[in-house]
Design a protein around this ligand. Structure first.
Ligand code: CIR
Length: 259
């Protein structure tokens, strides 16, 4: 069974953290509708949606991806790099314990889940304004015993590694070469985002379906021509909060619910 944990849009979303974008008004009601459409897309792609408790006073709580890294063997609880987000994992860790053994990073590590791209046994960690080298080092330490290798990747001009590169099929990544060194992904087939859509590399693969923001039609067409089954989802308001499609869920498989 595929689980997608989501968290409701907070009424305080307009006070979200912003790094590479200017603050513009956000229609929170519309963001709620987008989030509902996103959850519907997760369900129709085969996931069972589990909603984490709302956190009305945490503006960025909807971006639950940043709170953890969930692998088959364990869940690593993140230490978000933005001061306003440090409390977000507190309600997520006990929920993940239902499904996985949990591991915790320690000070002075900082790491956002959006900086972690897992491709098979290789784990790429964006060294961004949110994730520090110590965060990458501790993640490597936590995962080594499971047979993963962890590699830091410099990220420029965007929030997270997965703003710049994501997996869209086995052995295939979608990327923006201006934001990550493309040579890092030379072992994979690389699909470039459309030049007019620099933010379009954030796509969410769920088995055979890839969710993409509906405001990036050119990149969706590139993926479609390559044979990737894309499903556009509305997320224009969440994008004003510097969010995309990977960041609104924690996606993982379960065989059984642990007691
Ligand atoms: C932030 O700056 O942390 C939020 N406003 C956006 C987080 C998006 N997270 C993600 O893409 N993984």
């Amino acid at each position: 069974m595929l689980i997608a944990i989501t968290r409701p849009v907070s009424p305080s979303l307009a006070s979200c953290a912003l790094t590479h974008q200017e603050r513009v008004p956000i229609d929170v009601e519309r963001a709620h509708r987008e989030h509902a459409a996103y959850e519907a897309a997760l369900r129709s792609a085969g996931a069972t949606v589990v909603q984490a408790p709302a956190a009305p006073d945490l503006p960025d709580a909807v971006f639950i991806e940043d709170t953890a890294v969930v692998l088959d063997e364990a869940a690593v609880i993140a230490r978000p790099g933005a001061p306003s987000r440090v409390h977000e994992p507190e309600a997520i860790a006990p929920l993940l314990e239902t499904y996985r053994d949990t591991l915790h990073l320690r000070e002075p590590a900082s790491l956002d889940g959006g900086d972690v791209l897992v491709l098979g046994r290789r784990v790429f960690v964006g060294l961004s304004s949110r994730t520090n080298p110590e965060g990458a080092r501790q993640l490597g330490e936590a995962l080594r015993g499971f047979g993963y290798t962890v590699q830091g990747v410099p990220v420029t001009g965007c929030l997270h590694l997965k703003s710049a590169v994501t997996e869209v099929a086995d052995g295939v990544v979608l990327l923006n070469r201006q934001r990550v060194p493309p040579g890092t992904f030379a072992d994979y087939e690389r699909i470039d985002v459309d030049v007019e859509e620099p933010g379009a590399a954030n796509a969410l693969r769920i088995d055979g379906t890839v969710l993409v923001p509906d405001h990036y039609p050119r990149t969706a067409a590139i993926l479609d021509r390559r044979g990737v089954a894309v499903r556009p989802v509305p997320c224009g308001e969440l994008a004003k909060a510097e969010g995309g499609v990977t960041c609104c869920s924690l996606l993982f498989r379960v065989n059984e619910i642990r007691q």
